[in-house]
Ligand binder design. Structure first.
Ligand code: SF4
Length: 102
């Protein structure tokens, strides 16, 4: 496990111990707060490209991005989502059930 991840987990545990809830910020805001971070810039670009959280499961969509010609494809975030089953709400035909004709 990386040192950065361990530090983040320790900070999170401290916050929870104090009864605080961690602030949820999207990748665009995170990039604004860290303007020199390439990682945050890439994450923000993919987040923006996929439409942010306007549609369901943006992380799955980025991880399963089907545009390998994009210069960011090999370094895009959420690649651990690649190959996972399509979320139910993204499957066509699963969102609406039609009533059988009487
Ligand atoms: S890797 Fe995919 S999601 Fe990211 S910017 Fe390129 S096309 Fe968009």
């Amino acid at each position: 496990m990386s040192t950065g991840l361990r530090k983040a987990q320790a900070r999170l545990a401290e916050m929870r111990a104090r009864g605080e809830k961690p602030e949820r910020i999207d990748p665009l805001e995170r990039a604004k707060r860290n303007p020199t971070s390439l990682r945050h810039a890439i994450n923000a670009k993919c987040w923006d490209c996929i439409g942010g959280d306007a549609d369901p499961s943006p992380r799955w969509c980025i991880g399963n991005c089907e545009i390998p010609a994009c210069p960011l494809w090999n370094v895009r975030p959420y690649q651990t989502y690649r190959g996972r089953p399509v979320p139910v709400h993204l499957r066509s035909g699963d969102t609406e059930k039609t009533e059988p004709n009487a």
